[in-house]
Design a protein around this ligand. Structure first.
Ligand code: PNW
Length: 658
């Protein structure tokens, strides 16, 4: 295998500190480069090798023994599996009494907000049928077996259990849609019979539409208690068998995608006064849908002004969505801890997403500038990840975010802080896909932009001096201007750069290791292969850039031969070499984070088990390790891709077998 050099500067390296640390999840004592106190990965000064242990500051005796030592493996207890989400796979949208979620309602209202390759097919722009896992779960289990999964991460559809979103227990009886609950009983039992441990997510973006109509969903503080009640039902009903709970999936994507960057994610709230476009033409492959005004009267917090129903999208919506969702998470955890955890002995945590941040450098970057960019990388990570991961760990938002947001930042009450603090201390879920470069932004004349002053601090100014992206720039339509950090995968926002998982694991672990009891679980990682919509073969600009800084191997460019060929399923779609290389790079970096850096990482869930409804990208972007022909195959036959068996091989070679 071609060796990848981890170059120090990209890892925001500080001086090497060598020490002996106990490997977290087993009894092996491992020689590691200890993570530095500033939140950045600690390594040696010079190049290190991804294939072999980081070696540069290691004396020759160590080098020799490292070279001869068997490759460090992950422990037998390592959680290994794949992930999906209810709305993306289940289908059966109105079967057995299921209620509508915001995804049902808004994809039906604005089908043009979803990409489709066949608009004559009314199910191509929504999750009405999807993979029909509601009826074909046995087929999914077969795929898990091929990859040798010992865990499966799935999500529960809130509106399948409580069609109007409101869970109530009256005289000892829940108002649950029993048929819906039986579906999850069946799933959980089937998994256990197959020696696969269920890892259940309570909320993966499919808010009951009734709550959106009633009070604007996450924009209203009442969502917190409704979520906690729904969670209570799930613990009570399924907690005898489910020992791993994830409260919320990716609050950032849910809130920023749904309440700001519209029309991407339901409920299609867009920043400011973006003009409403009416549902009309449903032909063609584009994204000409609209922002939604359909929303209930909301109060951001108790006692706040009541915002009228059917209003245009407002400033700060995603900030308040995040605030309420984080408190909702903490309230659900509180219910679990108080009523169930002791008896059921499960673990509970949140899953956050966000790019690891790599300080920008080019051939003109001075050492001082690089130091400054490292600071900005940490700052960018605090905004992108810490905003969501700090509250459930430390009980509050990062200082940097509060300072820069000023009076626009919601404030947790003392009681909320208490609930939040340590609410994800059992474990932290992290979904990792891509990395960003970060640096202090410059104006048109090349002068550094200063951070906002105290008076200037606001939502709009909070990041005025910060730049971070995985492309050097963005053209209209959010098209990437190279160079890019890693090669362009099949989604515009996603580039393949394996070290991101190692950098991010170190950042998170350094920040929370005194709080985390059972480490970090990678709850999602994966890619869509470059495809007819998003690809960039022979990316010479990126190759030249990496050459210019002496790190050619990081260009990771590809040629046309790996781009998915729609007319030939037997070709690059099933023989998904780009995806295989993705998993190879990321898993190797995860392994190194564990054996070399001493990061307590306890699991890895690949996204995704099967091709599925990729939100605004519909069925046109495939993240699966299993192919499904959504448009032509009524049976929705599951066909394993090469990556599914590759993962089984990786597991056998790199995880201790019992
Ligand atoms: C995740 N980004 O979404 C979700 O949890 C999955 O449901 C989804 O299918 C998968 O990743 C692939 O998209 C993300 O822009 C969407 O950084 C966008 C981003 C990250 C995660």
């Amino acid at each position: 295998m071609k060796s990848l050099t981890i170059f120090t500067t990209l890892l925001a390296v500080t001086a090497a500190k060598k020490c002996i640390v106990k490997a977290p999840a087993d009894d092996v004592t491992t020689d590691v480069n200890a993570p530095a106190a500033d939140g950045n990965i600690a390594s040696d000064d010079e190049a290190a090798n991804v294939d072999e242990p980081i070696a540069d500051d290691i004396d020759s005796a160590d080098e020799k023994s490292d070279a001869e030592a068997p490759k460090g493996k992950l422990p037998a207890s390592f959680k290994w599996g794949a992930a999906t989400a209810a709305y993306q796979v289940e289908g059966a949208w109105d079967t057995d009494g299921r209620g509508e979620s915001v995804w049902d309602y808004f994809t039906h209202l604005y089908p043009k907000n979803v990409e489709s390759g066949d608009r004559t097919n009314p199910d191509s722009t929504n999750g009405n049928v999807a993979c029909d896992s509601y009826h074909k779960f046995d087929e999914d289990v077969k795929m898990m077996k091929i990859m040798k999964a010992n865990h499966y991460r799935f999500s529960i559809s809130w509106s399948r259990l409580f069609p109007d979103g409101v869970a109530k227990k009256v005289n000892g009886k829940w108002n649950v849609n029993e048929k819906g609950a039986e579906y999850y009983d069946m799933m959980i039992d089937t998994l256990i019979e197959n020696d696969i441990t269920p890892l259940a997510t309570l909320y993966h973006w499919d808010l009951p539409y009734a709550l959106h109509e009633k009070y604007g969903g996450w924009l209203d503080y009442r969502s917190q208690d409704d979520f906690a009640k729904y969670a209570e039902f799930c613990f009570e009903r399924f907690g005898d068998r489910v020992k791993g709970w994830i409260t919320i999936n990716e609050p950032w994507v849910n809130c920023v995608g749904g309440y700001k960057n519209g029309p991407g994610k339901a409920p299609y709230r867009c920043t400011g006064e973006a003009p409403r476009k009416l549902q009309n033409d449903t032909t063609g492959l584009d994204l000409e849908g609209g922002c939604s005004y359909e929303i209930g009267p909301s109060q951001y917090y108790k006692g706040a002004e009541v915002l009228p129903a059917d209003r245009a999208p407002q400033r700060l919506e995603e900030v308040w969505c995040s605030h309420n969702i984080l408190i909702a998470h903490a309230k659900a955890v509180n219910v679990y801890r108080k009523k169930f955890q002791k008896k059921q002995k499960g673990l509970i945590g949140i899953t956050v997403d966000g790019e690891a941040q790599i300080p920008w450098e080019d051939e003109n970057t001075t050492p001082e500038e690089l130091e400054n960019n490292k600071k900005y990388a940490n700052l960018a990570a605090e905004f992108r990840i810490g905003w969501y991961s700090d509250p459930p760990m430390t009980g509050d938002y990062p200082e940097s975010v509060k300072q820069r947001m000023g009076k626009d930042m919601p404030v947790f009450t003392a009681e909320e802080k208490k609930l939040l603090k340590g609410s994800s201390s059992d474990f932290l879920g992290w979904n990792t896909y891509t990395a960003h470069w970060a640096e202090q932004a410059k104006d048109e004349d090349g002068k550094l932009i200063e951070p906002p002053t105290e008076e200037e601090a606001s939502y709009e100014n909070s990041k005025k001096d910060m730049w971070d992206d995985n492309c050097r720039g963005r053209a209209p339509g959010w098209v990437c201007i190279p160079p890019t950090l890693g090669s362009q995968a099949g989604s515009s926002w996603n580039t393949k750069y394996g070290p991101t998982i190692r950098v991010g694991l170190n950042w998170l672990y350094n920040r929370y290791k005194s709080i985390l009891k059972n480490g970090i679980i990678i709850t999602e990682n994966g890619c869509a292969q470059p495809n007819y919509k998003v690809s960039r073969a022979n990316d010479q600009v990126t190759i030249d850039y990496f050459k210019s800084i002496g790190k050619e191997e990081y260009a990771d460019a590809y040629d046309e031969s790996i781009i998915e060929d729609e007319s030939n399923i037997e070709g690059t779609i099933l023989h998904d070499t780009y995806r295989i290389d993705w998993y190879k790079q990321y898993l190797e970096n995860l392994r190194l984070a564990y054996v070399e850096d001493g990061v307590d990482v306890r699991g890895y869930m690949a996204w995704s088990l099967i091709d599925n409804f990729e939100w605004e990208n519909g069925y046109e972007t495939r993240f699966g390790m299993t192919y499904i022909d959504f448009y032509n195959d009524k049976e929705l036959t599951r066909i394993p891709k090469d990556s599914l068996t590759y993962l089984a091989e990786w597991f056998t070679e790199n995880v201790e077998q019992e």
